[in-house]
Design a protein around this ligand. Structure first.
Ligand SMILES: [Zn+2]
Length: 269
């Protein structure tokens, strides 16, 4: 099928992008997200969480907003107090749905970056919510990208390892079908994120979290992806690779152990 390049690409303003502050790769000391009193275009504040427009709207035909998650510049999602993590994800989901409901966008993406290889430029923990005026991610991301080998099944929650990943290797998907289970779901997200940076198959300090919804499907889909150099078969031919069965089974077993240890802890709210 022929594709219209203008609905399958996003134009990034590199001239503006190169003026962006970067506390991840350039060791700059000044953090714009710690300097709360000088933040502009704040949309909403809830405790230490701040939803605002991105000061560097580098993407064409998009409305770029972000959520500053905490006042702790060195905070990390996988290490947040579990109750705080739930509060933060709840706030993010609420704002994501709010932007979707504006009906101005073909689709709205919600994601977060962590680490040098994740594509983020500000170290201070934050999430992005971006309305895309011309791009519907459902044209390219399909439900089968979020399905795979079972890792864990509990009431209202499924965790799996992509059998048909988007970019390749280990992509862990979490699927929530009962909103009442959100606290446990978020805790599983924390465990998987922690696993990606501490127990992954090789040294790794970067990961992304992506959120998805699909039309006529009430479930919440989350994909957590460790980040490292992209394999050339993907770059050149769009071939995602997967791990061999033995390696995959060991990965699943270790992740199951980590998740089981979390589930055995006292009830979290
Ligand atoms: Zn900061």
């Amino acid at each position: 099928m022929e594709q219209n390049p203008f609905t399958h690409t996003l134009e990034y303003n590199l001239d503006l992008g190169k003026t962006k502050p970067d506390t991840v790769h350039r060791h700059e000391k000044y953090c714009p997200f710690c300097d709360v009193k000088n933040l502009k275009n704040v949309l909403e504040t809830r405790g230490h969480m701040i939803w605002l427009e991105n000061a560097f709207p580098v993407l064409k035909d998009c409305w770029q907003t972000l959520i500053i998650e905490t006042d702790d510049c060195d905070g990390e999602f996988s290490e947040y107090d579990p109750a705080y993590a739930v509060e933060m994800i709840r706030f993010g989901l609420e704002k994501w749905h709010q932007v979707q409901a504006m009906d101005r966008f073909r689709s709205v993406v919600f994601y977060r970056n962590h680490g040098y290889m994740s594509g983020g430029t500000i170290h201070h923990p934050h999430s992005q919510i971006v309305g895309l005026e011309k791009y519907d991610y459902h044209d390219d991301v399909k439900l089968y990208h979020l399905q795979g080998h079972p890792v864990l099944q509990s009431p209202g929650i499924e965790v799996n390892l992509s059998a048909r990943p988007i970019i390749g290797f280990y992509e862990v998907n979490l699927i929530l079908s009962d909103d009442a289970q959100l606290p446990l779901f978020v805790h599983y997200m924390q465990i998987v994120s922690h696993f990606m940076i501490h127990d992954f198959v090789w040294h790794n300090e970067s990961y992304n979290i992506f959120f998805y919804t699909f039309p006529d499907d009430p479930k919440l889909y989350v994909k957590i992806v460790p980040r490292f150099l992209t394999n050339p078969l993907y770059v050149g031919y769009m071939i995602p690779q997967t791990a061999n069965e033995g390696h995959r089974n060991r990965f699943i077993e270790r992740l199951q152990k980590a998740l089981a240890a979390a589930s055995n802890q006292p009830e979290r709210k």
